[in-house]
Design a binder for this molecule. Structure first.
Ligand code: PMV
Length: 289
C-alpha cells in the first residue's frame, strides 16, 4: 500500500492569457488530495476518468482510495492533484522508478486527454513541485516562496474550463482588435507583478486590474463579482477571479490580521471561504496508517 498527497493551486495572474502564449503566475495551496493505492489482481473501479487513465498509462491493476480536502470542479486544481498523487502512489506501490519530472509530464498528458486537449501544464506543474511558478508556453520558472495570506471564495456556481476557454476564443475571434490589447495588458500585469512579488499591497492593485480585464474577456459571474467586492470592502489588498471563471473561485490577497474577517464576509456573500497560504511542498509520500 502506498499513500501520496499533492496540493491544489490558484492562479495569481494570467489565466486565459496563458492559453495565448502569455505568462501566468500560479502557486500551490493547501489543502491537499491524498491518494492510497494497493496492488490487486483485479482492476479497480474508480469513478474518475483521471484515475482510470493513470492505471492505464502505467499498465497495472490496483485499488485506489481518495481523500480530498479540495473542492472539485472549482478551479483549485483538484483533478491535477488527484492525477499526480495517483501516478506517484502507483509508481511507489509497483516500484516503477518514474521520476518526479516524468510524473509531471504524464499527468499533463492525462489531463490533456481527459479534457479533450484543453489544458495547460500549469495545474500539474504546480501540484507536482509545490511553490510558485511563472508559466509560459511549456516553460516554467520557480519563483521565491512568499508568505501570502490568501482567502479563496468558492462561488459554488458550476463552471467548465473548456467552455470558458472556448468563450474567450469566440470573443477574440469576433473582437480581435479589442481582445488582443486586453491579453497584452494581462501580460503586462503579470510581468509587473514579477518585479513586486514581495509587496502584497502593490500586487493587490494588480489583482484588481487583472480581475477587470477577465471581466472584459467575458469570464465573470455575478457571484464572483459579489465575492470580489466583499473581499475588497473588508480590507483585502486585492481580489480577482482565479482560474477559468464563469463560476468557480476567486482569490483575495489579505493582510494577515484581516483574513478571518474577509473569509466571514465571503461566507455571508453566498460563498464558501477557505483561508490558505502557499504550500512549498509538491508531491509528498505519506506514512501508511
Ligand atoms: O479553472 P482552472 O484551474 O481549470 O484554470 C483554467 C486556466 C485557463 O488559463 C483558463 C486554462 C489553462 O489551461 O491554463
Amino acid at each position: 500500500m502506498a499513500t501520496w498527497s499533492a496540493p491544489g493551486k490558484v492562479f495569481l495572474f494570467g489565466e486565459h492569457a496563458v492559453v495565448y502564449g502569455k505568462p501566468g503566475i500560479a502557486l500551490a495551496i493547501r489543502p491537499r488530495v491524498y491518494v492510497t493505492v494497493r496492488k490487486t489482481s483485479h482492476a479497480h473501479h474508480a469513478k474518475s476518468p483521471y484515475i482510470d487513465q493513470c492505471f492505464k498509462e502505467l499498465n497495472v491493476k490496483g485499488s485506489v482510495y481518495i481523500n480530498s480536502q479540495l473542492p472539485s470542479s472549482s478551479g483549485l486544481g483538484s483533478s491535477a492533484a488527484v492525477t499526480v498523487a495517483t501516478l506517484a502512489a502507483i509508481n511507489d506501490e509497483f516500484g516503477l522508478g518514474k521520476t518526479r519530472d516524468q510524473i509531471a509530464e504524464l499527468a499533463f498528458k492525462i489531463e490533456k486527454r481527459v479534457q479533450k486537449g484543453r489544458a495547460s501544464p500549469t495545474d500539474t506543474t504546480v501540484s507536482t513541485y509545490g511553490g510558485m511558478f511563472l508559466i509560459k508556453e511549456g516553460t516554467r520558472k520557480r519563483l521565491a516562496p512568499q508568505n501570502y495570506h490568501l482567502v479563496v471564495g468558492n462561488s459554488q456556481a458550476t463552471h467548465s474550463t473548456a467552455r470558458m476557454v472556448e468563450k474567450v476564443a469566440d470573443l477574440k475571434g469576433k473582437y480581435p482588435t479589442i481582445c488582443e490589447p486586453v491579453l497584452n495588458a494581462i501580460e503586462a500585469i503579470t510581468l509587473d507583478a514579477m518585479k513586486h512579488l514581495d509587496e502584497p499591497q502593490y500586487l493587490g492593485r494588480l489583482m484588481d486590474m487583472n480581475h477587470a480585464l477577465l471581466d472584459v474577456l467575458g469570464v465573470g459571474h455575478p457571484h464572483l463579482s459579489r465575492l470580489v467586492l466583499a473581499a475588497r470592502a473588508t480590507g483585502a489588498y486585492g481580489a480577482k477571479i482565479t482560474g477559468a471563471g464563469g463560476g468557480g473561485c476567486m482569490v483575495a490577497l489579505a493582510p494577515k490580521n484581516l483574513k478571518a474577517r474577509i473569509a466571514g464576509a465571503l461566507e455571508v456573500t453566498e460563498g464558501r471561504a477557505l483561508i490558505t497560504c502557499l504550500d512549498t511542498e509538491g508531491l509528498r509520500k505519506e506514512k501508511d496508517a
